[in-house]
Design a protein around this ligand. Structure first.
Ligand SMILES: [Zn+2]
Ligand SMILES: [Zn+2]
Length: 284
């Protein structure tokens, strides 16, 4: 949790918290209140559901911000001198003076090696890696659902009370809210779709970028690209979200995580004429 305090007060993190507060206030106290009324059963039900979603959004956001994404354990040592055992390359980080376990990359922003690094996320002021990928994706999930829910309530209220727009709220405020929430829904919905793809294929953003050429070569030669860590959709989900399906959406239920230096793999065809995908350095 080192550095967590500093991260939690950085400008992008404060911007995200302010945005959650803005969307929450607008949705509950303007849209739901203006459309259904907070003193009616449907209004109360919608505001309770929305409050829960907003709480989960904030909770998983803080879990992603404050969790250590995972560093190379001091005790980590390569098991073999063979640099390409089982098609996996052993890489050495000159900056950290340590061997990098499989799927580990050096983050220039964090200035350290991060286990199963996905990307460095400015919005959480933290790397997304082995130990905080679950809270990150659960945060994206709740943020997307919350935005889309808010957008539906906003437009439903506008359509229903179109004749009564003046009394519903200030017109400029409505246009501003509608634009912000529509843009958020589109962005977060796309981000969620992308991470569901990565999650179900057990591939990180960095690995995907590195595999683009191998995918193209495989397609060109009539083959299908196989990712060595893709062990089947259900096993991929379990390895990241945990074995208990009831805890899949709980961001801090990460007891199933190990030290992040070993990952089960599957046999893959020779996909690239030059070198295994995992051997290529990431320069992004
Ligand atoms: Zn490093
Ligand atoms: Zn980083």
């Amino acid at each position: 949790m080192g550095g967590g305090k500093g991260r939690s007060v950085s400008p992008p993190v404060l911007a995200v918290i302010s945005m959650i507060g803005f969307v929450y206030y607008s949705t509950v106290f303007v849209f739901i209140d203006g459309w259904l009324g907070l003193d009616t059963a449907p209004g109360l039900l919608n505001s309770v559901i929305f409050t829960w979603l907003a709480f989960m959004c904030l909770f998983s956001f803080f879990a992603a911000v404050l969790s250590d994404p995972g560093g190379v354990p001091p005790s980590f040592a390569p098991e073999t001198e063979d640099p390409q055992k089982d098609g996996e390359c052993l890489k050495y980080c000159d900056k950290c003076s340590t061997y990098k376990p499989p799927r580990t990359h050096h983050c220039r922003v964090c200035r350290r090696c991060v286990l199963k690094m996905d990307h460095h996320c400015v919005w959480i002021s933290n790397c997304v890696g082995y130990a905080n990928y679950k809270p990150f994706i659960i945060c994206v999930f709740h943020a997307a659902i919350t935005s889309i829910y808010s957008m539906v309530i906003f437009f439903a209220g506008i359509i229903e009370k179109y004749q009564d727009l003046e009394r519903l709220s200030n017109k400029i405020f409505c246009v501003l809210c509608g634009s912000v929430i529509s843009l958020l829904s589109l962005t977060l919905g796309s981000l969620l779709g992308w991470h569901i793809y990565l999650l179900t294929h057990n591939i990180t953003t960095i690995e995907y970028r590195m595999a683009v050429r191998a995918m193209w070569l495989a397609k060109k030669s009539g083959q299908t690209y196989q990712h060595r860590y893709n062990i089947g959709i259900y096993n991929n989900l379990v390895s990241i979200l945990g074995p208990n399906i009831l805890k899949w959406l709980w961001p801090t239920a990460v007891g199933h995580l190990k030290d992040g230096t070993h990952f089960p793999t599957v046999e893959v065809n020779d996909q690239s004429p030059d070198q295994p995908v995992s051997c290529k350095e990431y320069h992004g």
